[in-house]
Ligand binder design. Sequence first.
Ligand SMILES: Cc1ncc(COP(=O)(O)O)c(C=O)c1O
Length: 388
Amino acid sequence: MNDKIPRQYLAATYRQYPIMPIEGKGCRLIDRQGKSYLDLTSGIGVNVFGYGNNDWQQAMIKQIYRLTHCSNLFLNEQAIECARLLCEKTGCERVFFANSGAESNEGAIKAARKYSHDRYGENRSEILTLTNSFHGRTITTLSANGQSVFHQHYMPFTEGFQHVYTNDINDFKHKLSSRTCAVMLELIQGEGGVNELTPAFVNEIQAICKERDILLIIDEVQTGIGRCGSLFLYEQYHLTPDIVTCAKGLGGGLPIGAVLFFHKTKDVFQQGDHGSTFGGNMLSCTSAIYVLTHLNEKLYRDIRENGIYFKQELLKCPHVEAVSGRGYMLGIRFDRPFAQHIAHRCMENNLLVTTAKNHIRLLPPLVLTRAEIDEAVTILKGILNTEP
Ligand SMILES: Cc1ncc(COP(=O)(O)O)c(C=O)c1O
């Protein structure tokens, strides 16, 4: 049946699993043949409260009946409230709303360059990012990505990025120069294979940045909004960033991105400096308000504890060499390069997982229970047991 889906109308940019989910409840997705799957992908880290959440649906319906969009020509109650919540919960002082992670990072990059230009003039616009990093797919964020696979086809790319070897402070110091205006980091690299940055590396970077008035940008598009067991992962690293970007889980299923400006950067953007037609969209912001007011300390603690439990159980499976990540952002490394094959076998066995490089990557809804973890591990173990 799925083979008859007329895919030819869509740009062929994605390698897609041959299933078409049409509804969901909790952490389960149901495809159009009625087959139910335990979903450990949550729309790549988006559906933080799972599927079919009645309270969320009611909040959305109420807003749809009022207004969904007016643009930034007018004041917008939902955008103001959503920004207020982000400021109150993080200590940031202003928020710019975008529509995706890449756009949020574009906003952060523009703000960092403007901050530097306003104070130091030209020739101080370089941004350091890390090898294996992923910040998006716009022409500028492709340049930021520290993976050569993204630096093909679309020349000329945006200039002004240097890539530092991950967790190598000497390389960082070597690439730092009088031209550097900012450093942009994912504290756990998601697409790059769930690689954790060491606190020592990040702390030293922060100290150097503060000393030289270089901005520290933390890309929390994947790690943020509860995913690693706190609203943002920089909290667990005890950092005081200048700019934080987020998206994915913030909208809980609707598209939204945000750039959080802390004290130093709060007034960089002035009228006309940046914008987006859909930025601060009323429906997306209503959804983000729902997410921000329903995340809580108990859920964060559960995510942290369940993440540790999940790791321990996964490490008991055959072929599993290591499990990286924190909370509900986990990467499984095997003793052979067969993550894609295992992901397909999982799907055939009603378990949905994603991959990152040669890892299975798990990004479940944040409401995943211990019983569901056990169920997932049982399925995975069963599959791995049959692999030679
Ligand atoms: C860390 C990080 N930054 C940026 C992005 C880009 O986000 P989007 O796909 O919403 O543009 C992603 C997407 O996976 C991401 O993981």
